[in-house]
Design a protein around this ligand. Structure first.
Ligand code: SAM
Length: 307
């Protein structure tokens, strides 16, 4: 295991922005820059042992390229022109698993700085509509620049507390998908582990979990919502499985957990029946940041009752 201050062994993941380019073109670009392309990874071991000027296509996610840890592309022309997005693999899971169909209306409830919004827009091929909210003006300004650079056109950005967004406003009557990536303790971020930041106190975890429960309940109150992805970059069950369990309980049988990505190697902690439908991610198990995702879907019984 790496000692204190040692480099984390998380590869550099590069998401190809399909609004601007294609995987093949990006692969050719990096080959011209002297990297050798090893094709699609067949195992986690291949990702773990990647070194030198070599790169792979990820084995789980399409449009994701994998380079050795610490490869720095912040000055790369493809990055500064929005053709590639430097995004951890785990953070690509929510939009990928939400998987909105083209032309849908989608809410990104806590959206800045917008990596997941731009991923949603790529999945939607810029068709449909994304309503994105965030409280933080500075992060929203960064997001606006990033989305413009990434060629995202189908979005409306608002500086607003998502908890005050009216679910019954006719503007949102066609919102069938919600991505909810609320503020969390960030305890899964590898850099945090490196600086040995103090673990969040019980009080802080409780306060965050209270907010996360409220915001998840609020999201599920949008009348047309069919599918929601909830995610955090926390490793604490209080912010993850416990939030999902409490809100599912409160909703009765209206929503259920979807058993997403059965081949993903790391599942939710078995804290309640069905928790294994959730996904976890960690440097050791998935070579990513620490992360959690749950996908909830309106259950068929509740759809029939609403007919
Ligand atoms: N989804 C973003 C991405 O992938 O780039 C990261 C989101 S970050 C984990 C959480 C965000 O939630 C922060 O930008 C924070 O300002 C925002 N936030 C916190 N409370 C909020 C609220 N009540 N309504 C809307 N946004 C909120």
């Amino acid at each position: 295991a790496p000692g204190p201050g040692a480099a984390p062994c998380v590869p550099r993941y590069v998401r190809v922005n399909t609004l601007k380019t294609r995987v093949d073109d990006v692969v050719d670009f990096f080959k011209r820059q002297g990297y050798s392309f090893l094709g699609k990874a067949g195992s986690m071991e291949e990702l773990r042992t990647l070194s030198g000027k070599k790169f792979l296509l990820d084995l789980h996610l399409p449009e994701l390229l994998v380079f050795p840890p610490q490869t720095d592309f912040h000055d790369n022309r493809l990055y500064t022109s929005g053709h590639i997005i430097l995004q951890d693999k785990a953070s690509c899971l929510p939009a990928f698993l939400l998987s909105p169909v083209a032309s849908s209306h989608v809410i990104d409830a806590c959206a800045a700085p917008g990596n997941k919004t731009s991923h949603l827009a790529a999945i939607l091929k810029n068709k449909g509509q994304i309503f994105a909210f965030d409280l933080d003006a500075k992060r929203l300004a960064t997001m606006n620049t990033m989305l413009t650079r990434a060629g995202v056109t189908s979005f409306k950005l608002a500086q607003q507390d998502f908890l005050t967004v009216d679910p019954h406003d006719p503007k949102y009557s066609k919102v069938t998908y919600i991505l909810l990536d609320p503020s969390c303790s960030g305890s899964g971020m590898v850099n945090r582990l490196l600086v040995e930041e103090a673990a969040p106190s019980a009080e802080r975890l409780q306060a965050l979990a209270g907010f996360q429960r409220r915001v998840l309940s609020h999201a599920l109150s949008f009348p047309a919502v069919q599918r929601l992805a909830y995610s955090t970059c926390s490793v604490h069950r209080e912010e993850n499985e416990d939030v999902v369990q409490a809100v599912l309980q409160e909703q009765g049988s209206a929503f259920r957990l979807v058993n997403v990505f059965p081949s993903w190697p790391c599942r939710g902690l078995a804290t309640f029946p069905g928790a294994e439908c959730c996904l976890r991610a960690s440097p050791a198990d998935t070579l990513t940041q620490g992360f959690f995702v749950a996908v909830l879907e309106r259950s068929e019984e509740s759809l029939k009752q609403g007919e």
